[in-house]
Design a protein around this ligand. Structure first.
Ligand code: SF4
Length: 319
């Protein structure tokens, strides 16, 4: 019987799952992702996680709790830096400890650190460390990593072309609208692709005849170029992606409005959103709305705000 490795469906799951799955499967393990977030998972996350954590971290705890009795290992990497000379939010670095001390009776954790701040090669060491838990053959680990990198590339390219992660990962999809206003959605993947916590935003927009442009549909070089406007280099990767994509969406004349999803209590986002508003909002005069999500966000409240934003776009177009 093969070793089962649980992968909680939260934080950077939608960014790196294809690599993770292929790499671990090639090493002979069985990869078990938790299901899409639901009420039970969110409730468990809110119960076990500390109160003042952001929503995505709470949700992550719920997924870890869901998986803990079903697998031999839980993969909770300590992500410190995934781009040279940049850090990501410190919550990613503290995630293994947060889960370890909040969720009881966990299986063994794979909490390898990924820190590419100084050197991309550090990623190779992290991969070797995880691989050597399941095979002593370094060539097998290298082959598995190569195949996983190819799988990840195919996935990234499909998102760039407008496909949604759910199609690649779960075989489900949203029937997108081919006409109608185009809305840019600037946010993080863990808010954008978690349909439970974002109240099925993409489906709601599609049903209302709205098209959308997402950060994953933009080339990295476009985001980098837009961030050149900043006086200082942005050293948080997630902020850089947010600011670069929002500025692109503001400048692009084909985009009729910008929606930003953020999590209550996210310090990094509050800084980024303030910068975005100062740099672009007044200049481009487009409908712009920030929707803040937390575990108490209700469908009715969310829908009312969304409708108000879409009405604004409709009125602008009518004029
Ligand atoms: S960037 Fe904000 S929402 Fe994301 S993990 Fe950090 S605190 Fe939470």
């Amino acid at each position: 019987m093969s070793v089962k490795i649980g992968v909680p469906r939260g934080m950077y799951f939608y960014k790196f799952y294809p690599f993770t799955k292929r790499f671990l499967t090639e090493l002979g393990t069985e990869v078990v992702p938790s299901p899409p977030t639901n009420k039970e998972i969110l409730d468990m996350g809110s119960r076990y996680c500390i109160d003042d954590a952001c929503l995505p971290v709470k949700v992550y705890h719920g997924h870890a709790e869901y998986l803990k009795d079903k697998v031999d290992y839980l993969l909770i990497p300590r992500l410190t830096s995934i781009v040279p000379k940049e850090y990501i939010c410190p919550k990613f670095g503290g995630l293994p400890e947060m889960v370890k001390y909040s969720v009881s009776e966990l299986p063994k954790l794979i909490d390898v650190e990924v820190n590419m701040y100084k050197n991309r090669r550090d990623l190779i060491n992290s991969i070797l460390k995880v691989g050597s838990m399941f095979t002593k053959n370094p060539y097998r680990i290298k082959r598995a990593a190569d195949k996983a990198a190819r799988e990840q590339k195919i996935y990234d390219n499909s998102l760039l072309k407008g496909e949604l992660p759910c199609k690649y990962i779960d075989g489900t999809d949203v029937t997108k609208s081919n006409s109608g206003p185009l809305v840019g959605i600037a946010t993080h993947s863990y808010l954008l692709y978690d349909n439970f916590i974002n109240m099925n935003l993409l489906e709601k927009l599609s049903n209302r005849g709205i098209r959308f442009l997402l950060p994953e549909m933009l080339e990295k070089k476009v985001i980098e170029e837009k961030c050149q406007i900043l006086e200082k280099r942005m050293f948080w990767s997630s902020s850089k992606d947010l600011i670069g994509s929002a500025l692109y969406m503001m400048e692009n004349k084909k985009i009729d409005g910008i929606l930003m999803l953020t999590s209550f209590g996210c310090g990094i986002d509050s800084l980024s959103i303030d910068l975005i508003q100062r740099l672009g909002r007044k200049k481009y005069h487009k409908p712009f709305m920030v929707m803040t999500l937390d575990e108490h966000t209700g469908d009715a409240n969310f829908n009312t705000r969304l409708e108000a934003f879409l009405d604004l776009i409709d009125r602008r177009q009518a004029n």
